[in-house]
Design a protein. Structure first.
Length: 77
């Protein structure tokens, strides 16, 4: 199963692809107006079935990342 791992940041977003046997870094994308287009392209290109988002404990980023996760869920329902 192809999985996309996301490390969300306010300036850049780190990405990695797991194909069932090995995880490979895909690098970073800018957190800008093209972010959603870029994520959708990566999902299509790598035939992603599952997306995992890193979630920090007890930080101010939790609210921002929750909004990001909610948008991901909406986009890929």
């Amino acid at each position: 199963m192809n999985t996309l791992a996301i490390d969300y940041g306010t300036k850049t977003i780190g990405l990695a692809h797991y194909n069932g046997s090995i995880a490979l870094p895909l690098g970073n994308i800018d957190n800008d107006g093209d972010m959603w287009f870029n994520i959708m392209g990566i999902v299509a290109q790598h035939n992603i079935a599952t997306i995992i988002v890193g979630f920090p404990k007890n930080t101010d980023m939790q609210t921002i990342i929750n909004k990001f996760i909610n948008t991901l869920q909406y986009m890929f329902e």
